[in-house]
Write a protein that binds this ligand. Sequence first.
Ligand SMILES: Cc1cc2nc3c(=O)[nH]c(=O)nc-3n(C[C@H](O)[C@H](O)[C@H](O)COP(=O)(O)O)c2cc1C
Length: 288
Amino acid sequence: MTAAMITVAGLTFPNPVLLAAGTAGYGTELAGVMDLSRLGGLVTKAVSLSPRAGNAAPRVAEFHGGMLNSIGLANPGVDAVHTSDLPSLLALRLPGQVLVNVVGFTREEYAEVIARLDDLEGHGGYELNLSCPNTSAGGVEFGADPASVAAVVASCRAATARCLFAKLSPALPDIAMIATAAMDAGADGVTLVNTMPGMLYDGAAARLGHGFGGVSGPALLATGVAAVARVRAALPALPIIGVGGIRSSADARQYLRAGADLVAIGTAALADPRLPERVIEGLERDHG
Ligand SMILES: Cc1cc2nc3c(=O)[nH]c(=O)nc-3n(C[C@H](O)[C@H](O)[C@H](O)COP(=O)(O)O)c2cc1C
């Protein structure tokens, strides 16, 4: 049975299941291994103003219960994404929404990336990865400080009329306060959560080339659900994308029960590209 379209933050989605940022590339590389037309939507991998080579290998390490990654926001830069990667994805004319994940090291960089992508037809808007270090504020991540969140969201708001989701770290002492700052500055919604800071050793050496990384996968499920529940309690009407550790429709329902409007799947889809489709089918059965 096919679920009805849902509207979130003014965008329509054929179902509530998206692919999470960074785990779907720019979409087209997945076209052969999963049915992209089944998805509720897809969030692209990060786009920065300049091309980025990313961090030293190894960039991912598995452990019991999760994955550690430190990709370092590797991407071809906004101009290549504008001329090649994003047009190729949008040419597929998928029924689901495309959101573009944006990173920057100053508020101006975020807004400039958006300004350069905003003429492309067919995408729903942007997800701002606020876990980046703010070089104008001593390297503290944007998302950790309500004034920085407000400043970057306001700059991005001025650059586009499209949808803006602010993506937050689960390692914030008061995530509802930061979500409020994002909303008040013009964000249409929030994505909860990004990876948790993490590190593991292999003998004396760090398992990741960069040392520190981000924890994703099952270990993140309860943390992500808690973040959604806290923000939903504080902000009853704010659109929320729940992400972290989803491997099944039962996991997705945890987020929906906590108050998420949509969910996104990352790590589990890397290991099994057909898993998102099964999650969609599982949710449809429940509502059938
Ligand atoms: C390999 C990898 C790359 C990622 N790249 C990005 C990124 O570019 N931008 C972003 O906002 N989040 C990125 N994330 C975080 C995911 O979008 C997601 O928030 C996190 O992995 C938790 O979901 P999961 O447990 O389903 O993977 C990345 C995660 C992984 C594992």
